[in-house]
Ligand binder design. Structure first.
Ligand SMILES: Nc1ncnc2c1ncn2[C@@H]1O[C@H](COP(=O)(O)OP(=O)(O)OP(=O)(O)O)[C@@H](O)[C@H]1O
Ligand code: SF4
Length: 879
């Protein structure tokens, strides 16, 4: 059996798709800007050629629509290629060495089968579309899911509240394939052996994945579109709806159970892990019907199919998918998963795509499909943080007690190797507890400041420190996965605690254990164990302390803070975690507003990729050059140097000089001014000082002052008030919003037109160099530099520094790029810090569309004329 991939088929049939030159072919809903046309063409070609494409298009240039129209046009053309010619689907299996008439026959047969299946599905979907259209016309007031009465009296709301049978938490007999004694020599594995074993397991996994793939009937090539936040995904859905593709494209948005679950009993658990575990428990084979979740009926499969057909009938966002679930009494979480295979576009958040385990559990196969990652400027950091795991001592102690209680309860009934493995996990937990307690003791003896203490170990050294030489981590990992002991343990603990009202580990608790804010779950510890099976060079283990808040016992109550020892696995090399995606997918698109420096992205994420498989696209902004005025400033109006280095943080003179600068700028910039500080702490310090020295009062003469709140829940309120004030006809002066780089308004919020006529950046937001994670990463980058220095004559020790500067400038670029949102928008960007003038490396890291026209101003006086002139001209244009 041979699987032909798309490229092979294309080559065999000599039928290459070329990007249409006729713009109307893309079905763009507006008159596209030139850069959008170029974007779509380039995207089309990259997908056709099966490459990895890095696409940079400044924020506000309509990137989402370019992605949608470029990719969907290709998808349609590809389907056409498949259905109207001799092509077979990408997963067609057959022996190309068969006689040609046999080959032709089997291809035709496969094509006919696919067509019939497609037609049947389309018929059902058409009926739903018609029905929905009629419903909308008939009763505009009746929204999908509004039928609350139906829902509450529906099939399954009678959740069985009787006691759970404790039997269900017993792990089944466990016999692993690799438990035979002759494998025991692997227990004392070297790093190399461990890595080899890992590879071996990976191959096994791939083979099984392939078998699943062959047994599944895929109906089309799919696009997996992923972005960072829920609201960005909803925004994408809204953009898709603006196009004609929305009329018949099959699309689903995926989310977590927390987003999609419709069982109120489960939803109210709030914590995502608890929700997952409770739901999975209810799906267990052999579960009594009254204990199963009523929204995923086993006898009435048609309900889930009906849900799937409703999903496929229209483009919907997560909220609407939940509403349909409620209307049909069918689980939206499993319903959306069931729809994946039939969809042309699957919209999903980063974490579901980037983690292999999530992809597996969702049944997502990227094989030969298209992966589009939007807002990819932070992809390296996201892959890193998704695979970085931290656990603390109280958490480990808690799980240890719980597992002990579990073993006590079921000891006599546990079969197979269960007892042995549970004891091994207990030994591992014991080793972790010993390691952290002795670390804590030593630090206390030495009287060190806990905030500043940390030990960094390589994975191999850490395992050596634990003295667990006779334990095989791979076997334990396998057991944890197969036995699902973490889930069973949680169910068991919930039940015991709800019966007795007493926490199971109370007897052994110390004061802070009781107050551990972290999740008491074996799952997280399991994730930590798994990370220890990564390559030795790919990450580090860090021992340190973290402050948690604890409640005070006794009459007075309240809370206080305490340091607890923690262990963290820090991923340093994200490329291995991303490799599966690149290897599986037909094409991977990394898109963002500011993707520069792309070398950094390539070096960290896809260093192994041959240049011919890589394509880069970058375009300018849609505004004419005269709509943007970018200035750098070194001195304030009183002549003081404006340089916001770490050493000058407490410099009152500097804060006063800045105050004077801002007052004067507020006088000459109309409407809204967004002013970015490097941290909340610095913003607070400056604000206090300006309150004392009357600067705030003086700013208020020109602008109403708003400040970014630290609490996420208050952000919308502040932004609404800011917007209202600027757009209120009584307020001609406008407002200033003081906010923080990398804070809550620096990404995803746009300051179009009057909301952001001026964007001011104060200082350079360099990360704290004393951060352990950062310094380890910089060392790692230097090592990469050393290993590649043989080929290139670059200075390897500069790689870490470069990485550090890139981090800073990526944050600056994200913040300052939010003011221009359409072709007629205009704004001034003022970069206040001497280093913007003197450090060319920093200036070079600004986005292309900004850096091509920067005016250096040393003295404040130079700025005044330029800014005033800029807005005077704009007024002339408008009137
Ligand atoms: N050619 C066009 N003419 C008019 N409006 C357009 C055009 N292209 C896109 N738009 C609209 O402009 C708005 C901004 O587009 P969009 O949010 O996709 O920008 P973006 O580049 O993706 O920005 P961000 O980086 O913030 O996501 C959207 O409402 C979109 O529908
Ligand atoms: S099956 Fe669906 S509705 Fe039921 S608990 Fe799980 S996620 Fe919730």
């Amino acid at each position: 059996m041979v699987i032909l991939d798309v490229k092979q088929i294309t080559e065999q049939n000599n039928s290459v798709l070329l990007p249409p030159t006729d713009i109307t072919a893309y079905n763009f809903p507006f008159q596209p800007y030139n850069i959008q046309v170029e974007f779509m063409k380039s995207l089309y070609q990259v997908i056709e050629e099966g490459k990895v494409g890095i696409f940079e298009s400044p924020t506000g240039t309509g990137k989402s629509l370019s992605i949608i129209c470029g990719a969907l046009k290709w998808l349609k053309d590809n389907e056409e290629r498949y259905s109207s010619s001799n092509h077979v689907n990408t997963t067609w299996t057959g022996n190309p060495n068969e006689p040609s008439w046999v080959l032709e026959y089997s291809k035709n047969k496969k094509r006919q089968e696919d067509l019939v299946r497609k037609q049947e599905l389309n018929k059902r979907i058409q009926m739903i579309r018609k029905k929905e259209k009629l419903e909308r016309q008939k009763a505009t007031y009746r929204t999908v899911g509004g039928n609350k009465k139906d829902h509450s009296n529906g099939l399954g709301l009678k959740i069985d509240k009787r006691d759970y049978d404790m039997e269900e938490y017993l792990v089944e007999e466990y016999q692993s394939d690799d438990d035979s004694e002759n494998h025991e020599e692997n227990d004392n594995m070297s790093a190399q052996v461990r890595e080899l074993l890992k590879r071996f397991f990976e191959i096994i996994f791939h083979v099984s994945e392939l078998l699943i793939l062959l047994s599944t009937k895929f109906l089309c090539t799919q696009i997996y579109y992923c972005s960072r936040t829920h609201s960005q995904l909803t925004q994408f859905v809204n953009e898709l709806r603006k196009t004609v593709y929305a009329e018949d494209v099959k699309c689903v948005s995926l989310g977590s159970r927390k987003n999609l679950c419709i069982n109120e009993e489960v939803r109210k658990l709030k914590n995502i892990n608890r929700i997952n575990e409770r739901c999975l428990d209810m799906q267990k084979a052999g579960k009594k019907p009254e204990k199963r979740c009523p929204y995923i009926p086993i006898r009435d499969k048609s309900r889930m199919l009906d849900y799937r057909d409703h999903v496929l009938a229209s483009v919907r966002d997560i909220e609407e998918l939940v509403d349909i679930g409620r209307k049909l009494n069918a689980c939206s979480y499993y319903g959306t998963r069931k729809s994946i295979r039939q969809c042309q576009i699957v919209i999903l958040p980063y974490n579901l795509l980037l983690q292999k385990s999530s992809r597996e559990s969702m049944g997502i196969s990227l094989k030969n499909n298209i992966v589009i990652i939007d807002e990819a400027h932070n992809l390296v950091d996201t892959v890193t943080s998704v695979h970085t795991v931290q656990i603390d001592l109280p958490q480990i102690v808690k799980v240890h007690s719980q597992l002990n209680a579990y073993l006590d309860r079921y000891k006599k009934r546990l079969l197979g190797k269960n007892i042995m493995y549970i004891q091994q996990i207990l030994s591992l937990l014991d080793a972790l507890i010993k390691c952290l307690t002795s670390f804590e003791k030593k630090c206390e003896e030495k009287g060190k400041d806990k905030e500043e203490i940390y030990y960094i170990k390589s994975v191999n050294d850490f395992l050596h420190l634990l003295k667990i030489g006779d334990l095989n981590l791979f076997k334990i990992e396998n057991y944890l996965k197969k036995s699902q002991i973490a889930r069973k343990l949680n169910g068991f603990i919930d039940k015991i605690e709800s019966r007795t009202g007493v926490e199971i580990h109370q007897a052994q608790q110390t004061s802070y254990e009781k107050n551990s804010s972290t999740l008491p779950s074996l799952s997280q510890i399991e994730a930590f164990f798994m990370s220890l099976t990564n390559g030795n060079q790919d990450g580090r283990v860090i021992l340190g302390f973290q402050q948690i808040s604890v409640s005070v016992e006794g009459k007075r109550g309240g809370t206080t803070t305490k340091y607890v020892p923690i262990i963290k696995y820090l991923l340093l090399n994200p490329s291995n975690q991303f490799k599966d995606i690149v290897e599986d997918a037909r094409s991977v698109i990394l898109a963002g507003g500011t993707m520069e420096p792309t070398d950094d992205l390539i070096g960290q994420l896809i260093p192994y990729l041959p240049p011919q498989r890589l394509s880069k696209f970058s375009c300018g902004h849609i505004i004419p050059p005269e709509n943007l005025l970018t200035l750098t400033l070194s001195e304030g109006p009183m002549g003081g140097t404006l340089e916001f280095t770490f050493e000058r943080r407490g410099d009152i003179k500097l804060i006063d000089e800045l105050g004077q600068t801002i007052v004067n700028l507020c006088n000459i910039i109309p409407d809204g001014v967004v002013c970015f500080f490097t941290s909340y702490a610095y913003l607070e310090q400056v604000y206090k000082r300006w309150e004392q020295n009357g600067i705030l009062e003086r700013i208020r003469k020109y602008k109403m002052i708003f400040r970014e709140p630290r609490e996420t829940r208050l952000v919308d309120k502040v932004l609404n008030e800011y917007d209202l004030h600027i757009h209120s006809s009584n307020n001609k002066d406008g407002a200033i919003l003081l906010c923080v780089v990398g804070g809550k308004v620096s990404e995803g919020i746009n300051f179009s037109d009057r909301l952001g006529r001026g964007v001011i950046m104060i200082g350079l937001p360099f990360a704290n160099l004393t951060s352990v994670g950062l310094s380890e990463k910089m060392k790692f980058m230097n090592q990469i530099g050393e290993s590649s220095a043989g080929e290139k004559s670059s200075n390897p020790s500069q790689h870490g520094k470069e990485y550090y500067q890139n981090l800073c400038m990526k944050a600056v670029n994200q913040s300052i790029g939010r003011a221009i949102r359409h072709q007629k928008d205009y704004a001034t960007i003022i970069l206040i810090d001497k280093r913007f003038n003197t450090n060319n490396q920093i200036r070079q890291k600004l986005p292309k569309w900004i850096k091509q026209n920067v005016t250096e101003c040393r003295k404040f006086g130079q700025i005044v004329g330029k800014v005033a002139g800029f807005f005077k001209n704009k007024k002339d244009i408008l009137t």
